[in-house]
Design a binder for this molecule. Structure first.
Ligand SMILES: [Mg+2]
Length: 473
């Protein structure tokens, strides 16, 4: 059976995918309609609306259980059911994942994460592939390198085209500034990353310490740091000839004291000119941090201080040493809406490049964001949802920062145990929505998990549950 109503004018050929997605659903629906009619005492209910599928009403409340009868029976299925279609791509929705505490913990994959990736890649009861991207506040490595790590850990191919780390959005600033100071990370890596983004003249705290060792009296460069640092004073250049137009903290500082001193020196300089001092303390260049996480989860029993703490220190110490003048710095990363907007652009490009969807790069109608930190993942997703034309649906997992049983500071649309539960929830929610939109009278199919599984395996469900697919076990 065809589903032309799912094809938009001018659709790319691959976008017919959602039609076959719909076809598979129609087959399943017909089969179930038949089964419902065979039941002796079906439970009547008014036609549920979209709201019945939605669980935006609260984190802890059980979603509405809905049962329905079928008043307009569809033709019985005369051919054997074969729902295991070739994997096809869903074009109405996508997933975005935080990494640490969701997919990876302590350098190892969370077991359900590997399964979740398989489900997204077509090993699900509907035989569909779902596009996905990764959005982490972490950084300090090339995106390509981090993707290689993730590919190995999750047993999938992860492309830089579907990956955003804390400093990735900074690449959009490469053309805006000439000389920039890049802070954080191991060795020369962040300088290399910044140059790969197109920044033309990148200096580091190491360069400044090499040029003037008195800058941070207690910090001594190692031999290799000295060797790798640039010689700023070559060709007779003086420190005050160098104007830093912006400061970018790419990754966590490896030496907070000297980095703090250098950032403050430039913040209090005359227009970013090294080793000068403003009289008014309002001429410094802009300062950007790749995220604002105060704490992060490492191998230590207790969370460790992160870049957000350094940012707080920079702002506080600036004020204390500048006669009370305030310093305003900028941050990227979650929960900043600008980072989610960046993610939207990347997701659009990725859907087009990888899946042939939405050639204009439009985002899907719904993006499911799965994270473990209410303050960044959930807060940002909810803020993006409030602002964006498309839906951003927050799902909180219990495998990371969020402690089960506690009240999250920002409420997700859905709380689940693991990333696998999150993926299954999103896909089933989409199926129900699709069914709702397609069905005559907008009914919710009374499919429970067992029924869906049975259909996917080509078996006949022996009972159509009165509960909706989102009922809590
Ligand atoms: Mg996390």
């Amino acid at each position: 059976m065809g589903s032309p109503d799912f094809r938009r004018p001018g659709m790319h050929a691959r976008q017919i995918s959602s039609s076959s997605f719909a076809e598979a659903f129609d087959v399943a629906r017909s089969k179930l309609d038949e089964l419902v009619l065979q039941q002796e005492d079906p439970v009547s209910s008014p036609s549920p609306s979209e709201e019945d599928f939605d669980i935006s009403d609260g984190l802890y409340s059980s979603p509405t259980s809905v049962a329905s009868t079928v008043s307009t029976p569809l033709s019985p299925v005369s051919t054997p059911l074969s729902p295991m279609l070739d994997p096809d791509v869903a074009d109405d929705f996508a997933f975005a994942f935080d990494i640490d505490g969701v997919l990876i913990r302590g350098g190892r994959p969370i077991p359900e994460a590997i399964e979740a990736m398989k489900v997204l890649n077509g090993e699900n009861e509907f035989g569909i592939k779902v596009p996905y991207i990764f959005l982490t506040n972490g950084g300090g490595k090339f995106e390509t390198e981090r993707c290689r790590d993730l590919s190995r850990q999750l047993e999938i191919e992860v492309s830089p085209g579907q990956f955003i780390c804390g400093h990735t959005p900074m690449r959009e600033f490469a053309d805006r500034y000439g000389t920039v100071l890049v802070v954080g990370g191991e060795g020369e890596t962040c300088r290399d990353v910044a140059e790969s983004y197109g920044f033309r003249d990148v200096i580091t705290p190491g360069d400044i310490l090499k040029a003037n060792a008195h800058t941070a009296p207690f910090r001594k460069l190692t031999d290799s740091e000295h060797k790798n640092s640039r010689d700023l004073l070559a060709h007779g250049v003086k420190m005050s000839d160098i104007v830093v137009e912006a400061i970018f903290v790419f990754a966590d500082s490896r030496d907070w004291a000297s980095d703090l001193q250098i950032i403050l020196d430039i913040a209090q300089s005359k227009g970013g000119r090294l080793e000068t001092r403003s009289e008014t303390f309002d001429e410094g260049p802009p300062i950007y941090f790749s995220h604002n996480d105060m704490l992060w989860s490492s191998a230590h029993e207790h969370a460790r201080l992160g870049m957000g703490a350094l940012r707080r220190i920079v702002e506080t110490v600036f004020e204390d040493t500048s006669g009370g003048r305030k310093l305003y710095t900028h941050v990227f990363g979650k929960p900043q809406v600008s980072t989610f907007e960046f993610a939207t652009r990347l997701l659009g490009q990725w859907r087009t490049a990888q899946h042939g969807l939405a050639e204009g790069g439009e985002p899907p109608a719904t993006v499911y964001f799965v994270g473990d930190t209410p303050e960044s993942d959930i807060r940002g997703t909810n803020a993006m949802d409030a602002k964006s034309a498309n839906e951003w649906y927050s799902i909180l997992v219990k495998t990371g920062v969020y402690q089960a049983g506690t009240e999250p500071s920002y409420k997700p649309r859905r709380l689940v145990d693991t990333v696998l539960d999150a993926v299954n929830h999103g896909i089933r929610r989409e199926m129900a929505r699709l069914g709702s939109r397609k069905s005559t009278g907008g009914r919710l199919l009374p499919l429970d998990d067992a029924a869906l599984r049975a259909l996917a395996e080509g078996r006949t469900p022996n009972f159509v549950s009165k509960a909706g697919p989102f009922s809590e076990p």
